[in-house]
Ligand binder design. Structure first.
Ligand code: SAM
Ligand code: SF4
Length: 333
């Protein structure tokens, strides 16, 4: 469904968005029925070569705990996803081409697909066309790379070295990966210092223009060990669960078929009801965390990160209770 920039801005700013949430729910039911897709998130490593101003894993954060999982441990997590009937694993890490070489990732993808039958989504940051081509040839199904903001000035400010000239590097990579046959996922953070409401409207329109298969968006949560947390520039965009859900709902209307996770950042902001609020505002995906307990604490992109931890029974039980309450049925996909 198409929407104008003005209509989007109206929904982002109106006093009561109840009708928007209702419409988004209707569209989700029409396109996804009562299915909710589970994806097992594996946080491979907290080592990162980049210095994004907002992220706790940035290379200049000397206080970050650094770890990297071994291949057999990653395979064991993927086997857990299979045993829990998730259907997909998401391999996410700080960007580090030294650690996650072309050949190593290709072999990991081949092994996960061959030994566990899980679909593989990669989220390893900005990588070369040759790398992503090799991983696609090895069987990778999807790639997740948030463009974070379509505002080129803001993007350049929060990504040292990105520069202002030429195409948006992350949007450029998404287009290349689409041509390579990936299902592509992207997204943004909401409430960045200096972010404007009209840039968020542009972000949502860009989701539609890119015909994204997956859209992950969540509130920006300041990490005290990062430069952005010390920046006084105000944001026009609220860091709130309600605003985040408005963006889920608008994304659902713009991209009826997209897979939209109710994100960890939303649950961190509203631990009591966040995941439920996401799922009744148009989201249809949930990503339990499969990262082994021994290292999980090290993946602190922002503080107090809350997540459903699989396969811990109480965590999964609570998740399934939410699904039952909402009339949703977990489906392997
Ligand atoms: N390194 C890869 C990349 O940047 O695409 C994947 C890992 S990165 C930690 C995944 C996502 O975390 C980013 O795309 C960003 O949107 C989100 N993120 C990082 N710092 C955040 C923060 N302080 N608050 C909310 N989300 C954050
Ligand atoms: Fe590294 Fe990704 Fe964090 Fe940027 S957002 S510092 S690339 S982990």
């Amino acid at each position: 469904m198409s929407m104008t920039r003005e209509e989007i801005l109206e929904w982002l700013t109106c006093a009561d968005a109840t009708p928007l949430f209702g419409r988004a729910r209707e569209v989700r039911v029409r396109t996804k029925g009562n299915a909710v897709f589970l994806r097992g998130l594996i946080e491979l490593s907290s080592i990162c070569d980049r210095d994004c101003l907002y992220c706790g894993l940035r290379r200049s954060n000397a206080h970050a705990h650094r770890y990297a999982m071994a291949d057999d441990a990653i395979l064991a997590c993927a086997a857990m996803a299979r045993d829990l009937a998730f259907g997909t694993v998401v391999l996410q890490a700080g960007e580090c081409a030294r650690l996650w070489t072309r050949d190593r990732v290709a072999e990991l993808v081949r092994r996960i697909k061959g030994e566990t039958g899980q679909r593989v989504t990669l989220s390893l940051g900005e990588r070369s066309e040759a790398d992503t081509a090799a991983w696609r040839a090895a069987g990778a199904d999807r790639y997740l790379l948030r463009f974070e903001t379509s505002d080129r000035n803001l993007f350049a400010h929060i990504h040292p070295g990105a520069g202002l000239s030429g195409p948006h590097p992350r949007v450029d990579q998404l287009r290349r990966m689409r041509a390579q046959g990936y299902e592509i996922g992207s997204g943004i953070m909401l409430g960045l210092p200096g972010q404007t409401l009209s840039s968020v409207a542009d972000d949502l329109l860009l989701f539609a223009a890119l015909r994204l298969d997956m859209v992950g968006l969540g509130p920006y949560l300041a990490h005290p060990e990062t430069p952005l947390a010390r920046e006084a520039t105000p944001s026009e965009v609220p860091v709130s669960a309600e605003f985040t859900c408005r963006c889920y709902a608008l994304t659902r209307l713009l991209l009826p078929e997209a897979n939209i996770p109710s994100t960890t950042a939303l649950s961190t902001l509203d631990p009591e009801r966040g995941r439920e609020r996401g799922l009744v505002s148009g989201a249809n995906v949930f990503m339990p965390n499969l990262t082994p307990k021994a290292v999980r604490e090290g993946y602190q992109i922002y503080p107090d990160k809350i997540c459903v931890v699989a396969p811990e029974a109480d965590s999964l039980e609570a998740l399934h209770a939410t699904f039952t309450k909402l009339g949703l049925r977990p489906v392997s996909a």
